[in-house]
Design a protein around this ligand. Sequence first.
Ligand code: AMP
Length: 134
Amino acid sequence: MASIFTKIINGEIPCYKIAEDEKHFAFLDINPVAPGHTLVVPKHEVSYIFDLSEEEYVALELFARKVAKGLQEAVPCTRIAEAVIGLEVPHTHIHLVPIKSEGDMNFSRKLSIPSDEMQALAAKISAAVDIHLK
Ligand code: AMP
């Protein structure tokens, strides 16, 4: 059965889309640990990041790097933190989280951001990321 992220990539489930290229997709985490928390996924559905081929792994990180650069410009923060956990959704994904301090990267404290704010965030981040994808 297709993962929830494959369904998002295929447009069967809505998301707050950030960016896409031929092999990757980025969208806002629905339960962010900080505003702008973005997930970066390969379109090829592989559960565990270290099971990706070397080529896929490097390409995913290079795409994530471009997303992180735009994210940092769009959301006030000190750095973009990166994490891979993957215990909930068995489809490789990198968490990119804008942080001001270490405590902002707390996966046991999720925020609930209203839909209109998520929409506005996604539009702002997406525009900034676009420049890095060209
Ligand atoms: P993990 O697999 O432990 O890295 O966590 C999966 C992440 O996916 C969590 O941070 C969830 O909030 C996020 N998530 C699950 N379903 C959706 C969805 N439909 N749209 C966006 N983010 C999601």
